[in-house]
Ligand binder design. Structure first.
Ligand code: SF4
Length: 272
């Protein structure tokens, strides 16, 4: 991607964790492109294919304010890493023009240290993935052996920046870190190591979202060509409970359904 912001969708979104989606929805802005290239990506049409429409920083600020005007609980920047310098300009403008809701940074966690520094004064809530514990999995599935190390460093920076999770009177997050752990088929042991790592390091000061929604795309080979089994997911959730994790979200089986992936049709990108 270039430094020109490209978007695929901007709309109220109801399928994030309940402390983010609330009752009125999260103002999700889906950026085109991605700093990773996961083989199982469900958003490949925009992350790999680059589908989207260019907008200026001022237009992105307009989009944020429109979502705010529609009642969004927050602005949710989805896969924004590669556009951070331009997003910083748009956010600063939107804040000056009256944006008063929290900003959520929804990321694969594959950022440089300088990018993390730029984000610190702008972001209220971090929503990072911690997909892998081993270099082997990260290299095989996302072509980035250094992802576990970089993601862990960045989650440390996020926690230092925002501290423990804060919720408002309605139970919506206003500040803090929610880490997403996506269970992959036949990877319960690795996911347990991730949960153990997170709980040992941050206790219940962060929330952990334990995700079962993995949905195989066509052309994948074993073990990635199937959904996560009920018993695999139950084993992981039991483990989370056994090691004392209290602030966790779990998913219904129905979440592993392609219909939960939003349509990338430029909704909300240009004013009607
Ligand atoms: S980080 Fe997420 S959006 Fe990017 S390629 Fe991987 S699964 Fe797709």
């Amino acid at each position: 991607m270039s430094d020109r912001i490209k978007l695929a969708r901007a709309d109220l979104h109801f399928y994030e964790e309940p402390i983010i989606s609330g009752t009125r929805g999260s103002g999700a802005i889906f950026f085109s492109g991605c700093s990773l290239g996961c083989v199982f990506c469900q958003n490949r049409e925009i992350s790999h294919g680059g589908f989207g429409e260019y907008v200026s920083e001022g237009e992105l600020a307009d989009i944020m304010l429109r979502l705010y005007g529609r009642g969004a609980h927050n602005i949710n920047l989805v896969t924004p890493t590669h556009f951070v310098p331009s997003i910083a300009g748009a956010l600063t403008e939107a804040r000056k023009r009256g944006l008063e809701i929290p900003v959520v940074y929804n990321t694969s966690s594959y950022e440089s240290a300088s990018c993390m520094e730029m984000l610190s004064p702008l972001i209220d809530v971090y929503l990072p993935d911690l997909k892998y514990h081993t270099k082997k999995s990260a290299g095989r599935y996302s072509y980035a052996e250094d992802l576990p190390e970089i993601a862990k460093r960045n989650i440390d920076i996020m926690y230092e920046s925002r501290g423990p999770v804060c919720l408002d009177k309605d139970g919506l997050i206003t500040s803090g870190v929610v880490v997403r752990v996506l269970l992959l088929p036949a990877h319960v042991a690795e996911a347990k190591l991730i949960l153990k790592y997170l709980h040992t390091r941050y206790g219940d000061n962060i929330f952990i979202s334990i995700m079962s929604q993995y949905t195989p795309i066509s052309g994948l080979t074993p073990p990635l060509n199937r959904r996560v089994s009920i018993s695999e997911y139950a084993e992981l959730c039991d483990y989370a409970s056994d090691i004392g994790i209290k602030n966790a979200f779990v998913q219904d089986r129905e979440s592993a359904d392609g219909s939960f992936t939003p349509k990338f049709d430029l909704t909300g990108v240009k004013p009607i």
